[in-house]
Design a protein around this ligand. Sequence first.
Ligand code: ATP
Length: 329
Amino acid sequence: MTFVSIRDLKVAFDGVPVLHGIDFDIDRGEAIGLVGESGCGKSVTWLAALGLLPGKARIQGSVRLEGQELVGASRSSLERVRGARIAMIFQDPSSSLNPVQRVGRQIGESLRLHRGLRGSAARSETLRLMDMVGIPAAKSRIDLYPHEFSGGQCQRIMIAMALAGQPDLLIADEPTTALDATIQAQILELLSELRRQTGMALVFISHDLGAVSAVCDRAAVMYAGRIVEANDIHSLFATPSHPYTQGLFRAIPDLDAGTSRLRPIEGTVPDPRALPPGCAFAPRCGAVSPICANYSPELKEQRSGGHVACFHPVHAARGVAPAFQGVPA
Ligand SMILES: Nc1ncnc2c1ncn2[C@@H]1O[C@H](COP(=O)(O)OP(=O)(O)OP(=O)(O)O)[C@@H](O)[C@H]1O
């Protein structure tokens, strides 16, 4: 049975569609990246799946976790899934950690909630988790408050809280965006290592193709509430086919060639209330033709593998090495 299966997932706020029918599967233990500019629908996809959107959101379609339907599931069954089967970490740990509660207590609370651990069992498991996520001298720091840790260490504590429920799937929503480059690389390395150790699957949400390539097996590129390209990470980097994916690659600073090679995609993601009639990327696309202005292309499997939603996909090798292919040891 497919581990996670998302079919025709749609979300609208106050009657305005922001997600237009998302389809994808995740295998057990797989790491999948969701990439795209701000506002493309990366976060809404998962908040919808976990029942975390506000009441005004209208959700249609299906998200199944090993056959269990999550869309429309009762609050109590979603509460059982959250944390224990699917955990989520966010960009800014300081807004998710309670500033007036000791970190050990916060991790312990997750252990009590999801695994029923209390007292000395919870404390020793908290220490083990702090150690696992690389907090040095955990024994002497378990009773400190969040402000006594650095930003990178707070993100590690958030990861420890997420792991407390032994989830089968961790959703990391821009987990490194607020961190500087060295700490970012360390957190990416930690996520990859934890995935190897625990066998959990990972959804890594990011603007940053380089970071996605460092941790993911596969990636889906989103634009204006749709998946426009999906492929294994190697093929996506070698032969990006959608003009938007190509644009994202051109926007990566190429340190070897100097910053003059950086070419941002002109224009902005359209407002969901004023989407163009055909392909939503058409107004920004260099390969646009009349058909693009009138019809929205479907996501189709390509002969070369991978899926692309474009009337004019490109099938040439990119020939440019990604700026960031791995993390330093
Ligand atoms: N609670 C909400 N009410 C109304 N609109 C919302 C709400 N949450 C998200 N949206 C809209 O849904 C669309 C998708 O947002 P989403 O947060 O999923 O984008 P994203 O790709 O994750 O961007 P970012 O990288 O900035 O988080 C955007 O147009 C956003 O304005």
